[in-house]
Design a protein around this ligand. Sequence first.
Ligand SMILES: C[S@@+](CC[C@H](N)C(=O)[O-])C[C@H]1O[C@@H](n2cnc3c(N)ncnc32)[C@H](O)[C@@H]1O
Length: 190
Amino acid sequence: MHDHKFDPVKAERLLAPERYQKIKPDILLQKLGVPPGSTILDLGCGNGFFTFPASAAMGENGMVIAADSSGEMLQLLSDRNPRDNVQVLQVEEVAMDVDSDSVDGAVLINLYHELDDRTASLKELKRVLKPNGHLLILDWSPEIEYTSGPPLEHRIPIKMAVEELTSAGFKVDKKERYTEETWLIVAHLV
Ligand SMILES: C[S@@+](CC[C@H](N)C(=O)[O-])C[C@H]1O[C@@H](n2cnc3c(N)ncnc32)[C@H](O)[C@@H]1O
């Protein structure tokens, strides 16, 4: 395992009430802007911090693909008994067994800095997103004084992420500081 990958031993922290209060999945769903009945890909879903609120919001006619490269994290998610509209999917570092043009919205929460090959992963996300599909990325900012989270040298500046998304063929609609420690980008396919 690369040293920038999340250690499942710390999984419980991801579901801490303080984290829900800070990151507010409902606000992320609003910013993503896909209606109930849509298909959301929660890539790097971990033990389901965002999967569960997203599955409630998408409703029985919608779907959440809870995708992670770690079988251990996915087992923790399954142990929490997700609804029937959640598909639990183990993926490769880049490739995922998801149909092309099938996803309305893809969400990456605290995953972007862990990806081994961001260009290849963005290409794979482009493949699975429907034309005009939306992508939301939330990740750690390096532009703060270190208090918690991954080391500053593992974090990606928002400016670099915007450039990478633009080069990959996305149009950036929102780019903002989200919490004290994180930035957020919403983009769509052009
Ligand atoms: C810091 S955790 C965040 C989990 C969840 N998104 C959250 O916010 O609670 C990062 C997750 O991404 C997963 N991951 C790392 N690289 C991945 C990849 N290339 N594809 C899918 N999942 C990946 C890790 O196994 C881990 O579960």
